[in-house]
Design a protein around this ligand. Structure first.
Ligand code: TXA
Ligand code: MG
Length: 312
């Protein structure tokens, strides 16, 4: 096993009230001490994030949950046991003393334990961290250290953990008396959540005209400058970057091919959006991938959710 790098300089930045980007298994996060209001203010300033959009608190041990949340439902305990460390965020009733800037004044707090070993070790050394995705608000989430530097500058402190494994943000869920609300779909899907808890999962992210339960769902985080279209490809033009399942017969330089593997597409989608903008494409044309829904239903839902936010 590869040994982990020395994180001390990064840990010191957090302890001094600064912000550090670090890799998780989903996307890179912009970490700051969850109990330091000045550090949290820096997170909002760095990202240009609306203050009504609450943050996820990242922990390194389930014991720490009780420092942040109360009235923890049985279903939440089961999910923690089953999926943590991992890419699912639980929205729970918050403890009185949690800063309003973390929860945007909501009575709940979002918690997760990431599984990336660098993230876990970092949080072990710093204590609980708020960590929104480490991008400028309105840009695609970063899946590589260089994406963070594109947004925040070359000198920005980033723990480089290579390309993140999943590439789309964690599943976010909340708890009602008789069901679970899916606020943001991710790698851990409704089926798995239902089979672990025995509760029905209802989607909140679908009806976005109403007030969503998860404030972040109303913002189109993921929009590149290029237009995004999701439909069959009938002809090619030079101003468009095509994201296709299989390569066309006549070789095209502006076609990215992921062989119908939705895991692969999830891993590279945000990088493709950034690539399109950097290379001056006017459009990203994504070929529909419905036929792979049954293979990876959770990745499918998460991809469609992110792509829908960029259409238009
Ligand atoms: O995978 C992830 O979750 C990444 C990595 C870094 O862990 N983080 C991430 O954070 O995606 P962010 O801030 O980009 O997205 C957090 C989402 C937002 O949609 C926010 O509205 C929602 O979680 N959220 C946070 N606290 C909430 C709460 N108390 N109630 C409802 N939704 C909440
Ligand atoms: Mg984000």
């Amino acid at each position: 096993m590869k040994s982990l790098p020395d994180l001390t300089p990064f840990v010191n930045i957090i302890k001094e009230g600064g912000v550090v980007a670090f890799p998780t298994e989903t996307v890179y996060g912009l970490g700051a001490d969850a109990r330091n209001p000045v550090a949290i203010q820096k997170v909002f300033e760095t990202k240009g994030r609306p203050v009504d959009n609450p943050l996820i608190v990242h922990l390194s041990d389930t014991k720490m949950v009780h420092d942040f949340a109360t009235d923890i439902p049985e279903a939440a305990k089961l999910l923690m046991k089953h999926f943590w460390p991992g890419p699912i965020t639980l929205v729970l009733n918050k403890k009185e003393e949690i800063l309003d800037s973390v929860t945007a004044g909501l009575p709940t707090v979002a918690l997760r334990i990431p599984s990336n070993p660098l993230a876990l070790e970092f949080i072990k050394q710093t204590g609980p961290l708020v960590a929104p995705s480490a991008n400028h608000s309105g840009k695609p989430s970063p899946t590589q250290a260089k994406h963070v530097k594109e947004d925040f500058g070359d000198e920005f402190p980033v723990i480089d953990g290579g390309i993140t494994n999943i590439g789309l943000e964690s599943t976010v869920i909340g708890f009602e008396d008789d069901h679970i609300t899916l606020m943001r779909p991710g790698k851990i899907g409704a089926d798995e959540i239902e089979s672990v808890t025995g509760l029905k999962v209802r989607s909140d992210h679908m009806n976005e005209q109403e007030t969503p339960k998860s404030p972040g769902q109303k913002y189109s985080h993921y929009k590149p400058k290029a237009d995004v279209v999701y439909k069959g490809v009938s002809a090619f033009n030079d101003h468009t970057l095509y994201v296709m399942q299989t390569a066309p017969e006549v070789k095209q330089n502006n076609v990215i091919c992921y062989e119908g593997d939705l895991k692969q597409l999830s891993k590279e989608l945000y990088d493709r959006f950034r690539q399109a903008d950097q290379q001056g494409y006017h459009r990203v044309h994504i070929e529909p991938f419905e036929e792979h829904k049954a293979e990876y239903p959770a990745y499918y839902e998460a991809l469609i959710n992110r792509i829908r936010k960029t259409l238009g």
